[in-house]
Write a protein of this length. Sequence first.
Length: 220
Amino acid sequence: MTAIRSKPWSVLDLTHTITAGMPVYPGTEPPILQPANTIAKDGFAEKKITFYSHTGTHMDAPAHILPGATTLDLFPAAQFWGSGIVVDVSRLGKKQVDLDDLLPLESQIQEKEFVLIYSGWSEKWESEAYFRNYPVLSLAAAEWLVKFPIKGIGVDMISVDPVEGNVLPIHHIILGANKVIIENLTGLAALVGFNFHFACWPLKLETADGSPVRAVAVRI
C-alpha cells in the first residue's frame, strides 16, 4: 500500500483539451470547432461545435451499450462526484490487469466511489501508440470491481476494452452494473498515494449515451 504523502496541489485537472486535431476512437470523426460569430463582425464571439458524444475525456452511460439502460441525464448529479482511488498498473508490464493485481487494494476500494486505473497511456496521447497494447481489466477483475458500491471506473486510455475488438465485454460488465465509465483521463500519475475526491460532470444532454466531461481531482 502506498503511503499518503504531503499534498502540493488542491485541484487537479484530469481532462484533455478538445481540439480539432485531437485523437478520436477509430471510425468516428474529430470535432469541428468553427467561428459562428466574431467580435469584429458581431460584437461577440461564439463557436459552432460539432462532435461525437464520446469525444475526448468523456463518460459512457449504460445506454451506450445496453438497450433501454440508463442515460446520463437520468442519473442524479451526485453520480458524478465522490471519493476516488488510483490503481497504479503502469509498471505491470502486461496487457491485462488481473484480479490478483487488485486484491491487495480491497480494503481501500471498498471505501471509495470511483476507481481510476493509471496505466501511463495518456503520455502517448496524439501518437499512434495510444491506440494499441494498453492494459485492460480481465473479466474476473471487472466483475470483482463492480460488486463494490462504486459509481464508476475511469481509465487514462482510449477504452476499457481493446480497440481491435467489437464485443466489448468490459463495457458490458461495468455498464451492466449501472456504473459509468470515464475514458481518456490524463494526469493520473499525480494522484498516486493521495486521498482525493473525483468529479466528472457530463453535459446534461437529453437521452445521453455519453458526453465529454471536465474531470478533476480535489484533494482531501
